[in-house]
Design a protein around this ligand. Structure first.
Ligand SMILES: *Cc1c(COP(=O)(O)O)cnc(C)c1O
Length: 366
């Protein structure tokens, strides 16, 4: 553990998860080992690996808890949901990440869980449902409509009511909000996105405040085999080192593009919590330390949106997000996303020059 209480996130991202012994390599190297000689800290490769440990130390410090990493974001989600006792009632965002929704629906169909959807932006609705909830799953900003939940209020109330709460913090990253400090039981990440940051790996993580829960997650990962790859862990930690500087620039460009998009006649609506006119703006300003680098905008209909994507030269049409390259995705084209407005385009803002991005959007919009 570094002196995390004193340091800013930018510093923690650089110093955390390093071996400080004299002569140690500056970066914990990828340890390619399926097994280790008896008598040491590590035994079999599925139980632990020094490269995972380094990544987990760094992300754990940034979130203010103890981190367990998994083979993907969805494996991390599954580690929180699959072992729940039979009959657990889970409340989750009806308009959140489709993968989590798909897993919950499947577990419910098999009779393992009872599920209820809620609009996490509607605080009264969330609070009213706490009574009938064992586990509350939250996502804020939501994917892809970028709604903002009142996390301090909801997490505080859940804690008081004895309801386990989980926040998917993939979009905000620990730089904008740290849900454990607000009372969340667990935080989940798709490190595939901003943390890895270069569209070259899949990795997931859960961060918890309590050591018992950490041990349970490690036990689940060991028995279930949803372990991270060694190279992925190494690359994700390498990515995490530059997360603060990437994210600051991406966020700055996102604000600029959101502003310009909102003045364009062919844009029906821009969804970005940084805009003063955005319904989530006040909430985001109150509990987040920035507005993020994801934005969505709506054009007239699906075919207009598809034509727009096809006429872009610089911005990449693809699913996924959080890389150094700016990417765009019409979410309504995917199965399971039928509720998303058909003309909604989700943009993950990268590190290109903002004027080049804007000019690309401008020519495609006309
Ligand atoms: C991508 C994503 C996930 C799933 O992560 P994978 O690494 O793709 O398995 C979970 N939550 C959110 C918000 C995501 O964007």
């Amino acid at each position: 553990m570094t002196d995390a209480k004193k340091w800013h996130a930018e510093t923690i991202a650089i110093v955390a998860g390093r071996d400080r012994a004299p002569g140690a390599p500056i970066n914990v190297p990828p340890t390619f080992a399926s097994t280790y000689r008896d008598g040491g800290e590590y035994g079999y490769g599925r139980w632990g690996n020094p490269t995972w440990t380094a990544f987990e130390a760094a992300l754990g410090e940034l979130e203010g808890g103890q981190c367990v990493s998994f083979s993907s974001g969805l494996a991390a989600v599954a580690a929180l949901l699959a072992p729940l006792p039979l009959g657990t009632t889970v409340t989750y965002p009806g308009n959140g990440y489709a993968g989590t929704r798909g897993l919950l629906e499947r577990l419910a169909k098999e009779g393992r869980l009872t599920i209820r959807t809620v609009d996490v932006v509607n605080t009264d609705e969330v609070l009213a449902g706490l009574e009938n909830t064992d586990l509350l799953w939250l996502e804020s900003p939501t994917n892809p409509t970028l709604g903002i939940a009142d996390l301090p209020k909801i997490l505080g109330a859940a804690k008081k009511a004895g309801v386990v709460s989980v926040v998917d913090n993939t979009f905000a990253t620990p730089l904008l909000q740290q849900p454990l400090a607000l009372g969340a039981t667990a935080v989940v990440h798709s490190a595939t996105k901003y943390i890895g940051g270069h569209s070259d790996l899949l990795l997931g993580a859960v961060i918890v405040a309590d050591g018992g829960r950490r041990d349970d997650l490690v036990a689940w990962r060991t028995i279930e085999g949803s372990i991270p790859g060694v190279m992925e862990s190494y690359l994700a930690l390498r990515g995490l080192r530059t997360l603060p500087v990437r994210f600051a620039k991406q966020q700055h460009t996102a604000a600029l593009l959101a502003d310009r998009l909102s003045t364009h006649p062919n844009v029906v609506r821009v969804r970005y919590p940084g805009l003063l006119s955005d319904p989530g703006h006040e909430r985001a300003a109150a509990h987040m330390s920035g507005y993020g680098a994801m934005l969505s905008f709506d054009v007239a209909d699906a075919s207009t949106a598809d034509r727009l994507v096809a006429s872009l030269h610089l911005i990449v049409g693809t699913t996924s997000l959080g890389g150094v390259e700016t990417s765009i995705d019409r979410r309504g084209r995917w199965e399971g996303e039928e509720g998303v407005p058909p003309g909604l385009l989700r943009v993950s803002v990268g590190l290109e020059h903002p004027d080049d991005l804007w000019n690309d959007l401008l020519q495609a919009l006309s």
